[in-house]
Design a protein around this ligand. Structure first.
Ligand code: HMH
Length: 209
């Protein structure tokens, strides 16, 4: 049986649950999250997205012709997203020239390490990273202000369509992948799931210090 994104989710429900369900997100929903927790996430996620944009650029560089259009649209959305993060940080008087926390840095190094991986592995990781936020921000239910626009950014129907296209492209690349490449894709999926859970925890822990 060929490896697919759906099969990865079915094989690892607990890892994916931890990636997409966290007290940080339920705290946004219930209004119990502290500003310091949210602001820590905002700054660190900006630093994440900066590197993630570079990763998507590299995935585009490795992509077959038929996959370029979707990735180019993704990069266009990331241009807007980086400007949006900068505007949100300014509204909250946050300094984006903050060093990445170790967890953020680990995730950035993981994304950099994908460069040497086959395209199928890169495409799988890209899908997992986007799907984690697409699901995570929607699972708790409608988000109250000031979190509504954050949930909408990754939960809106257009973004969901994009994530589905990324899954189709990853599946397409995985069809012809070797056994070894498929194993690497599964490992990358699990690394993303783990890093997502750790990233939420990093921000959630912020106010307690
Ligand atoms: C940690 N994962 C993290 N941040 C993001 N902005 C995304 C995923 C986007 O999907």
């Amino acid at each position: 049986m060929p490896l697919t994104c759906q099969a990865l989710l079915q094989s690892h429900p607990q890892a994916w649950h931890r990636a997409t369900n966290h007290p940080f997100l339920s705290g946004c929903h219930s209004g119990t999250l502290q500003p310091a927790q949210f602001n820590t996430w905002l700054v660190q996620d900006y630093l994440f997205v900066k590197e993630f944009t570079r990763m998507v650029g590299r995935v585009l560089g490795a992509a077959p012709d038929a996959h370029i259009d979707v990735l180019l649209a993704g990069l266009g959305a990331l241009k807007d997203e980086l400007l949006w993060f900068e505007a949100k940080a300014t509204e909250r008087s946050l300094d984006l020239a903050t060093p990445p926390q170790p967890t953020c840095q680990l995730y950035r190094e993981f994304m950099a390490s994908l460069t040497v991986q086959p395209y199928a592995v890169q495409a799988t990781a890209l899908w997992a990273i986007e799907y984690a936020y697409n699901q995570g921000w929607q699972i708790p239910g409608p988000m109250p202000a000031p979190y509504t626009e954050f949930a909408d950014r990754w939960g809106n129907p257009g973004f969901t369509d994009y994530v589905n296209l990324l899954a189709a492209q990853a599946d397409d690349a995985l069809v012809t992948a070797s056994t070894n490449t498929r194993a690497q894709a599964e490992y990358a999926f699990l690394r993303v799931a783990d890093l997502e859970a750790t990233f939420w925890q990093m921000a959630f822990a912020a106010a307690k210090t």
